[in-house]
Design a protein around this ligand. Structure first.
Ligand SMILES: *Cc1c(COP(=O)(O)O)cnc(C)c1O
Length: 394
């Protein structure tokens, strides 16, 4: 067993050698706090507050209604193009609009319309609840049934009855990452479509939607993309489906000519057809500003640091937390989150937060520690584990 002092030296050496260490300065983070919840609410990049204030003053105030034709109306597609490289998408396939829940509904119903003769929807059995709820409702409205199957079982369970399978790229409880290319190929062999939820992978691990042949995807922007509380989600529609992407929330913003105020809807030719109504401009432009932190960031480095932070967490836990149960895989099949089982998770997390270590918990017994490679330090990882150890000793 190594001494804590050795781990302190190790953490310091890892922080000094970290090629992304300079990025932390771009975030507004209280130095007394060790923040491990970037997988639920990303920290604010420092420049966002000033940018938003200027937008309110100059665009909303100064230009008033004219701003709609000076960039606001097109912002959902423009900001989508900024997210596209982060998910391995060529231009023209990503739009930012509405919430993940709403975009899931659009994508699921559109998928059943692309696969009319098929009567079931497969849903990742371990999914984040909203995905399952929305799938149940999409199925109810389209006369399909939902079957819940764990992701690894999908290749064996998918059949000629399956219209679409909805899978979470990274499991929100355990941090386990699924093989997108392999599962998508298996679904395609049975003629089913693949719909991926990227909420816990975008901004963490490299995502290659085009290369994996993914049909549809949705993702959050307020987690690892740091877009701000409730910032709008994004929807990806593969180019091959775009002209047939027939989504059920056909509001005027997705119409081919919204300001013509015509009587009947006709979908826009572009990915703008994924929109429904008026975009929430302030949140959208806060996200736009927040995305600046990704400029010039090497995605390979980002992934390596996310894994290295996790490895260091495991190492500290092995040394300092005797017998800790960690459901997060230790190989590369994980996102940037480590979970620790704890019978008293709610109370333990409250005590951690009291001591400045901010993670979260998921019932009944999971402590979650998000590792954001742009701002989490190795020193903070050690602090989380030593604080957990102190609490256990008490
Ligand atoms: C965070 C998260 C959501 C959130 O959906 P909202 O509509 O933004 O509330 C959905 N699915 C997954 C997998 C998530 O992790």
């Amino acid at each position: 067993m190594v001494a804590v002092t050795d781990l302190v030296a190790e953490a310091a050496a890892l922080d000094v050698a970290d090629p992304l260490a300079h990025k932390r300065n771009e975030f507004d983070l209280d130095t007394d706090v060790a923040y491990f919840d970037g997988n639920s609410l990303g920290a604010p990049p420092k420049h966002v507050a000033g940018r938003l204030a200027a937008i309110v003053r100059e665009q909303w105030g100064g230009r008033l209604i004219r701003s709609w034709s000076e960039g606001w109306w097109e912002a959902p597609v423009r900001v989508g193009e900024r997210i596209a490289p982060l998910v391995g998408a060529a231009p023209g396939q990503v739009v930012v609009a509405d919430s993940t829940s709403v975009d899931l509904f659009k994508a699921l119903v559109a998928a059943t319309r692309l696969r009319p003769g098929r009567d079931e929807i497969l849903v990742d059995a371990d999914t984040f609840p909203t995905d399952g709820y929305i799938a149940d409702e999409a199925a109810r409205l389209t006369g399909r049934t939902v079957r819940r199957v764990v992701a690894e079982e999908m290749p064996a369970q998918v059949s000629e009855r399956t219209a679409v399978a909805l899978i979470n790229h990274v499991d929100y409880v355990t941090g386990r990452a699924h093989d997108m290319a392999e599962l998508t190929a298996a679904l395609h062999r049975a003629g089913a479509l693949a719909l991926w939820d990227l909420c816990h992978s975008v901004g963490a691990l490299p995502v290659e939607l085009d290369a994996a042949g993914v049909d549809l995807a949705v993702g959050c922007t307020y987690k690892f993309l740091n877009g701000g509380p409730g910032s709008p989600a994004f929807l990806y529609v593969a180019a091959k489906w775009l002209d047939r992407f027939d989504q059920p929330l056909a509001g005027w913003a997705g119409d081919r000519d919204p300001f013509a105020m015509r009587g009947a809807y006709e979908a826009h030719a572009s990915i703008a057809r994924g929109r429904a109504g008026t975009p929430d401009i302030l949140s959208l432009l806060a996200l736009d500003a927040a995305l600046d932190v990704w400029d010039g960031v090497d995605r390979g480095l980002l992934r390596e640091k996310g894994l290295a932070l996790g490895d260091f967490f495991f190492r500290c836990a092995d040394e300092l937390l005797d017998g800790a149960k960690i459901p997060t895989p230790r190989g590369r099949d994980r996102g940037h989150q480590v979970s620790v089982l704890d019978d008293d998770a709610a109370k333990t997390m409250a005590a951690l937060i009291d001591r400045g270590v901010i993670g979260d918990f998921r019932p009944p017994n999971v402590l979650r520690f998000g590792l954001a490679p742009l701002y989490t330090t190795y020193g903070e990882v050690l602090r989380a584990v030593t604080t957990l150890r102190e609490l256990r000793a008490e």
